[in-house]
Ligand binder design. Structure first.
Ligand SMILES: [Zn+2]
Ligand SMILES: [Zn+2]
Length: 219
């Protein structure tokens, strides 16, 4: 984008001039490592098939994995990425994901679609930008397989129950999906958004959905 060229680059987290996310701040991001919940990827003391976060929930996806913990530093990275729409930040995010997670077994990547007004500018759709960069690095095609069926309130600030209610029926299949699909989003918070989008993929024909996000809330 033109502005990125004209303005001197500053670290999105600490403001240091130079890189859009400086090496020190990159190094401070906490990588998620096993043991994890087999299904939702929440970190724990030992590996489990289901955890307190996901047991008894209908989530639509088979697995969810994230590269880093969604803490203060990660939050600033994602915020800057959303506000400035910087491609360099999408690249940075994608390389963190590729360094941390193994390439999905699915033959195609798709993404949680942005919500109307909040993502009019292409650069401001982090999940799509991340999917595109991951597709390049993993050499997998990216296809828009999910669409918004209606606009939803912002999930931020809502409780778990409200989040689930808020996204129910929010997504619909946009095209026929292959049996295995990898769904990309920027942040996994409660799993409500990824779960609802995964159900739309299943309605579109997918049998197994693997979710990949840059960051994940860790309780
Ligand atoms: Zn920094
Ligand atoms: Zn779990």
């Amino acid at each position: 984008m033109l502005l990125d060229v004209l303005l001197p680059n500053r670290c999105a987290s600490c403001g240091l001039p130079g890189a859009s996310f400086c090496p020190a701040c990159l190094g401070s991001l906490i990588r998620l490592a096993p043991p994890l919940c087999d299904r939702c990827g929440s970190p724990g003391a030992w590996p489990v098939r289901r955890c307190v976060e996901c047991s008894g929930r209908r989530l639509g996806f088979a697995t969810a994995r994230a590269a880093i913990v969604y803490d203060g530093s990660a939050r600033r990275l994602v915020q800057a990425w959303k506000e400035r729409g910087q491609r360099t930040l999408a690249r940075e995010a994608a390389s963190i994901v590729v360094e941390t997670l193994s390439r999905p077994a699915a033959p195609v990547l798709t993404f949680v679609p942005g919500d109307g007004d909040r993502s009019l500018r292409r650069g401001h759709r982090p999940s799509e930008a991340l999917a595109q960069e991951l597709g390049r690095l993993w050499e997998l095609p990216v296809a828009p397989l999910v669409r918004r069926a209606r606009s939803v309130e912002r999930q931020a600030g809502l409780g778990l129950q409200e989040r689930r209610r808020n996204v129910r029926g929010a997504f619909a299949p946009a095209a026929a999906a292959p049996p295995r699909v990898c769904l990309v989003d920027d942040v996994y918070t409660s799993g409500a958004t990824a779960g609802a989008a995964a159900f739309a993929l299943r309605r579109g024909g997918a049998r197994r959905v693997e979710v990949v996000t840059l960051a994940r809330a860790a309780r």
